[in-house]
Design a protein around this ligand. Sequence first.
Ligand code: ZN
Length: 147
Amino acid sequence: MDLKDLYRDVIVDHNRRPRNFGPLATANHSAEGHNPLCGDRLKLYIDVEGDTLADVAFEGSGCAISVASASLMTEALKGRALTDVRDYCDEVHKLLTQHDFVPTRDLGKLVALSGVREFPARVKCASLCWHTLLAALESKPQTVKTE
Ligand code: ZN
C-alpha cells in the first residue's frame, strides 16, 4: 500500500465514522463555519477549562475532506493546552498550503490531509474546521444550555 492509499483510507474512515460528532453538552464556546465554494457547513463546540481545550465536538455536513478534517482535528486537539492548540493550527495551515513544508512536530494522521495541496479548491474544505476552531476560541463564553 502506498502513501496515497493510506491517506485516502484515513479520509474515507473519518468521513464515514466521524469522531466527536454531535453537540457537546459542556461546551462554553462555539462557532459556525461555511465554505460557500463547496457547500460545507459545520458547527464547532468547545469546552475550555482554564488553559486547556478540555473537549471539542462538531456537527454539520459537507464533503469527505471537510468532515474528515474536522474529525481528525477533534481527535488531535482534545485535552491540549490552548497555546499548543494554536501552534497546532498554525502547523496544519502550513501543511495544507505549503508544498515544501516539513512539520516540526508529529501531526499524526493529519498528514493524510496534505494531499489537498495539489487541489487549491479543496484547501478551503480541509481548513474550514481549523478557522472555525480559532473563531470559537475567540468567541465570547456562553452559558451551558440545559433544556
Ligand atoms: Zn468541501
